[in-house]
Design a protein around this ligand. Sequence first.
Ligand code: WT7
Length: 632
Amino acid sequence: MITTFEQYKEEYKKSVENPEAFWDTIAKQFTWKQPWTKTLDWNFEGPDVKWFIHGKFNITENAIDRHLPAKANQTAFIWEPNAVDGTNRVITYQNLHDEVCKLANTLKSLNVKKGDRVCIYMPMIPEAVFAMLACARIGAVHSVVFAGFSSSALAGRIQDSDCKVVLTTDGAYRGVKDIPIKTVVDEALETCASVEKVVIYKHTNTPITINSERDVIWQDVVPQASSICEAELMDSEDILFILYTSGSTGKPKGVVHTCGGYMVYTCYTFQNVFQMNLNTTSKDLFWCTADVGWITGHSYIAYGPLLAGASSVIFEGVPTFPDAGRFWKVIDKYQVTHFYTAPTAIRALEAVGLDFVKPYKLDSLKVLGSVGEPINEEAWQWYHKNIGKEKCPIVDTWWQTETGGILISALAGVTPTKPSFATLPMPGVQPLLVDEKGNEISGNNVEGNLCIKFPWPSMIRTTYGDHDRCKKEYFSTYPGLYFTGDGCRRDENGFYRITGRVDDVMNISGHRIGTAEVESAINTHNDVVESAVVGYPHDIKGQGIYAYVIVPSTTKDHDILRKEIIAEVNKIIGPIAKPDKIQIVSGLPKTRSGKIMRRILRKVAEGDVSNLGDTSTLLDPGIVDEIVKGKL
Ligand code: WT7
């Protein structure tokens, strides 16, 4: 582990001068059944990236079995339920081993084979992590879908990767809500012919309908299964999982991560960024508040911490239930030392005032983390002062579903921090800024589009079933470079500050949503002729969704229409994508070639109408005045 700023600089230098030797040393710390024959083979034209070529191993042996001699009785997870007076659960590494193996054997008995896709649609319970690891144990590819997505969003993802089995629950608790998860799955499966079996973990005991041909109750089969399951031998470049995420076109894409590079990189970044004491006697406890349905939950709830042999909290609920002190209560209750959350949560908890923080000591905390969106200076300061009591370094970790692990971040207590800056690249990561034409912008105190010029082990390999899309989305804008889609500033010291997306992707409360996806959902409403969606600054969410919608002049009550549009978006994507503002317009600002001028729509939504630029070339310049006047 890197423990000084000097050492960081040395390691960074080594990693750039000789990346293969650098990653070789790190990868050797894991348990391999057969060593790799070549460390790296790559080109960004394909793209075609392979790490630790021909290496054979299983990630679960590294995440679980490897720790058993020393840590069988150490906590892998403490699960805190949604209900404040509910019973918590402690899962040791031995328990984890047994549960994962039992489920893995169950999946085998359901005819799941190496390479088969398994969809996981589950709330935040330990079984969701068992499910991921059970798939990995037998070489099945997991595709976790966030349990807040609608049945049609779930169906689309299951169909895209032809999942054979779905792992789910009867229901989920989130704050005061009791969500009928199984009903959503039933609806989705009406259009998913590939699914042979559904395994349902009974969690809320909410009534469910059982399809006797297809449905299996987890508790009826898993406890009987053997707790010994030999790990499938996997190649470094075998697929570990698919995770769907939004892009600039309508349909979400399945980002593919493979076994070897992902293992090495998530563990390395977890250890170095968070700087936990991982000795057997250590009381350090990690808590990442993300959902397992997002990449953060994959890399820093499941794989990273387990590969490193850490202990973590899994929390079922929401930050505001039963009140806005819940995070702080849980930190005190378990003496959490390392806390990793999203700026949107920090802002929401800041907004309700310090009365919810004051009852708690928070003196166990050593390190704070931030992820998912740019953290504004005010939220950073609030977090630093009121939660970290000015003694905990804040690691602002920049990365993406596609990057698999953290690429730019401070190392806690080791490298300098700067409010609202992700700061420096991890060893092995070579960022560069380019202008619109793709020319490198060198030197400091500059701003441009963020690209990465050299492969790192946990980078995206392909988009499932459509390699061309992977090439187009990430490797074609600037040939020879991986393009992140983010804008970025590099300050006088070479520290990076991510300024936000420069493509048609929004970041709503840290959730990634494509404008095209929301538009296509809105357009399914019968009265909608056309729509255009943009993000706008939102005090709590970071960005809100602003929709401009054209409807015929004869359309009924606009308030009813707005409600119907929201219902439509809920149905097609899920509540996270519902527009915050819907402005009814008679037209959209379009160029003569029919292209929507989103820049103008963004400015209006931001409330900055002073400088809309030259609108004279528009097909109908008058529409801009109408839109400005009708601004919400
Ligand atoms: C996008 C990726 C990384 C896991 C969660 C989101 C934004 C993420 C930061 C940060 C500024 C950030 C970027 C990125 N983002 N972390 N620390 N500072 N922006 O993963 O859904 O794949 O979204 O989130 O815009 O491109 P994701």
